[in-house]
Ligand binder design. Structure first.
Ligand SMILES: NC(=O)c1ccc[n+]([C@@H]2O[C@H](COP(=O)([O-])OP(=O)(O)OC[C@H]3O[C@@H](n4cnc5c(N)ncnc54)[C@H](O)[C@@H]3O)[C@@H](O)[C@H]2O)c1
Length: 434
């Protein structure tokens, strides 16, 4: 089966490499020529564990290739996936669909024979129909169906998520399209992954509803963490006590600095706008977004308080910049809200991240300093702020850190450490909700 991925970013590249592993012949196309040249030269433009090996395997099997030339690849394709970005539209919070629609028009020009065009990007309800309209207008003779196949992978564990999904959702309107998608995903039958066929509209909404629900769990526990701090309860115990209830579940109940990343912030916003457009209230999701913003502000206040009421002229070592570990993705990371707020009030910030520093340098104020290693970040610091729970920050040599610091303040925004241990090492320790 010939598959084309249009967009070779986090989703397009991972999905393309995984489809090649399933046995399909995959061409990943991107309009960013430098990205394609890097991939052709064997360099992976993003950090995702296991991706380099998978891509190498696909390329040497002859089933995975990269190209900037859409025309020939699309002409031979059985399925063309649209996996381009759908960022928040500047000014109004809607999903910006310009890349999706541009890709649709380009693809339409080159179709030959029956082809299924699949929206893998996260797109508001109605997009698949608009994609179909654009394609029909561009190429009235073409034989095609449009389907929706939202992606649920998580950065940092994207390959496992793709290879062992909880479910695959396919929104389809014809048996031909459904059977082609089922054929592509057939290797997942071995692990009995459910494939849920729905209407186009339901598939599109499932993705937003799922992300909004997960974001709700995070904002919920973050709100509880505030109440824990005021009442003397421990958010770890509360989350565990809640999560052991099978109806609630343990996942996404970790108090922290608020959700970030390339999906939850933009998808909750887009869902609110979609609801508004349809005259429907979305008070829960609105509250989720508000709580998330206030959680980030609360983290700034927490750091300030730990520093004795002012961050001015204090040196803060920040460990972790990406929105989660095991990715280099800085999109909407809490660091982008928290660090500028501290720097604005005169804090001297020395930051470290295992993968995110190159991108962070382009997004953070010039005053932020970057350290190549943990030791140089913490040397002479008044406070350490643990912002992303990378493995290398989970087992810090606490005695050494303490010895290198000027003062002893440790603000753990991921609740990685135990208070007693930190006290034993002489730290003045603050965390979230405990
Ligand atoms: N990143 C995730 O964890 C994740 C998970 C699930 C769903 N999604 C959704 O998947 C979609 C893609 O996200 P991403 O993180 O992979 O984005 P990304 O920004 O990493 O990649 C998008 C790529 O598409 C390319 N592109 C844009 N227009 C193009 C065109 N006309 N032709 C060829 N290439 C084009 C860009 O150059 C870029 O490399 C978004 O809708 C996102 O919401 C992302």
């Amino acid at each position: 089966m010939n598959v084309v991925m249009v967009g070779a970013g986090y989703v397009g590249l991972v999905s393309g490499a995984c489809f090649a592993e399933f046995g399909a012949n995959v061409t990943c196309i991107d309009k960013d020529n430098s990205r394609i040249s890097a991939l052709q030269a064997g360099r992976i433009p993003i950090y995702e564990p296991g991706l380099e090996d998978l891509v190498q395997r696909g390329v040497s099997s002859g089933r995975l290739s990269f190209s900037s030339a859409l025309a020939s690849a699309v002409a031979e394709a059985d399925l063309v996936f649209i996996a381009v970005g759908t960022p928040t539209r500047r000014g109004d919070g809607h999903a910006d669909l310009k890349y999706v629609y541009a890709a649709a028009a380009e693809i339409a020009e080159h179709l030959q024979g029956y082809t299924v065009i699949v929206d893998k990007s996260t797109v508001p309800v109605g997009t698949a129909r608009e994609v179909r309209r654009i394609m029909r207008k561009t190429n009235p003779e073409a034989d095609f169906d449009v389907a929706s196949n939202p992606e649920f992978l998580r950065e940092g564990s994207a390959i496992t998520d793709f290879m062992r999904p909880d479910r695959v959702v396919i929104g389809v309107e014809s048996e031909r399209a459904e059977s082609r998608l089922r054929e592509l995903y057939r290797p997942l039958n071995l692990i009995e992954a459910p494939i849920l066929a729905t209407s186009l509209e339901s598939a599109e909404l499932i993705k937003y509803a799922a992300n909004a629900f997960l974001a709700t769990k995070i904002s919920f526990i973050n709100e509880m963490s505030h109440l824990c701090e005021k009442t003397g309860a421990d958010v770890h115990a509360v989350a565990r006590g809640m999560g052991l209830d099978g109806r609630i579940g343990k996942k996404f109940l970790h108090a922290g600095p608020g959700y970030g990343g390339s999906c939850f912030p933009k998808d909750t916003q887009a869902l609110i706008r979609m609801a508004q457009e349809h005259g429907v209230s979305s008070r829960i999701v609105e509250a989720v977004v508000e709580v998330n913003a206030s959680q980030k502000a609360r983290m700034v206040a927490k750091i300030r308080e730990a520093l004795g009421g002012s961050e001015a002229d204090k040196t803060i070592a920040v460990l972790g910049l990406t929105f989660k570990p095991e990715t280099d993705d800085m999109r909407d990371a809490p660091a982008l809200a928290i660090l500028p707020a501290l720097a604005d009030k005169g804090a001297i910030i020395k930051a470290h991240d295992p993968q995110g520093m190159a991108e962070a340098k382009t997004l953070l104020p010039d005053s932020i300093q970057f350290s190549d290693n943990i030791e140089s970040a913490v040397t002479g610091a008044d406070a350490v702020v643990l912002l992303t729970e990378w493995n290398q920050y989970r087992g810090l040599d606490l005695a050494r850190i303490k010895a290198l610091m000027k003062d002893n303040i440790f603000v753990d925004l991921r609740n990685v450490y135990e208070r007693d241990l930190m006290r034993k090492h002489g730290f003045n320790y603050t965390c979230v909700g405990r």
